[in-house]
Design a protein around this ligand. Sequence first.
Ligand code: SF4
Length: 426
Amino acid sequence: MNHIALYIHFPYCLYKCHYCDFNSYAVEGVEGVESNYTDALLAELETTLRHLPRFVIPSIFLGGGTPSLFSPHEIGRLLNQVAKNTSISSDCEVTIEVNPKTLTAEKVDGYLKEGIRRFSVGVQSFENRYLIPLGRLHTGEEAMATLRLLRKKGVENLSFDLMFGFPGQTAQEVMSDLQKALSIEPQHLSFYNLTLEEGTLLKDQWRKGKIQLPENEVQAEMYEQGIRFLEDAGYCSYEISNFARSGYESRHNLAYWRYQDYLGLGAGAVSFLRKELIGDGLRFIEEEEIYGYRWTNPLTPKEYIAFVKESLERQGPPLPNPLPPGERGPGKPPLPWRERVGVRGKNEIIDIPTAKGEFFMMGLRLKEGISISEFERRFGEGSFLSYQEIIPPLQAKGWLIREEDHLLLTREGRFFANDVVSCFLL
Ligand code: SF4
């Protein structure tokens, strides 16, 4: 049976962090909205399932925003319905993203009782002098206390995020953060540099000359030292920014990087399914050369709830408006996603050339790279031969290597991942 990973988005946060361009909205609390929002998620699940053949869910990811603002009761209501109406694999990875400011011992007990098995904590740094400018509400001590609490409660699969490259940060301070991180012995760690996204407070401050990030070479050195440290400690850098003990790679994120199918529920959530996986009601256009469909729900909670209500009333699939044909296809520069999606959400048609480019774009992030036989299985025997001219120059630069069935970035190539990927998108 086909596998489809399930993502559920919780768009509320207690405060908008200064670097964040995720689809999240600051609220004082969710007491007044969580039950309505959960109802909308359940309605979307129900109407979407009507248009999908049976499938197995290998992973469920409750992401945000801050899903840990929601009570175990609401999370349980949601997971119970998913379990009742779909087939969940017996070893399904069920993850919740957690903000240290929102977790209590009772909540951990409740989430565990509802079947959450993996906790992913937004730590970012243990140093308050970096957390404050980021707009994080918690201190380094509170982040550490949250991690210890999860361990004390018996959470075996623990992951957290650490950033580096803050204004004024030194490589030594990055290593100190990593040392503190490993004192918890997490199963998984995301380690990535701070990027200044459009529309964020930090980007604005940078534009006004109020802050400066460390030079690129300094950041590259921080990353390099970090990788070495984590690998020496027994973590595999299985993806550009992700490290795991053997067997604890994020199954859910691997589905994205291996270009597999996923269903997204909630405000701004994205779904991506091959055409053979979806029923007629969800196929918003029929064309020969279509690989699959991707759709993005309306962004704001209010628009999302109205949209689910409307699709219930018309008894149709919860699909936003199709993307105008001119906006799709390879070679079209992607607009910033907020402009593309808008309040109504968007549908995209993924044609074969786009799918091939995306397969490389996602897969080359992985240490294992892309599987050539898998590429040919999806796109036809001999289809990989069309890259014969692109690959040798990248190999000559020392950025790309072929190891049996896999094509992968070298260590050096990781720093030029965008340049390499752009060659496959042309
Ligand atoms: S907690 Fe996460 S999602 Fe919420 S504003 Fe901060 S970075 Fe964004």
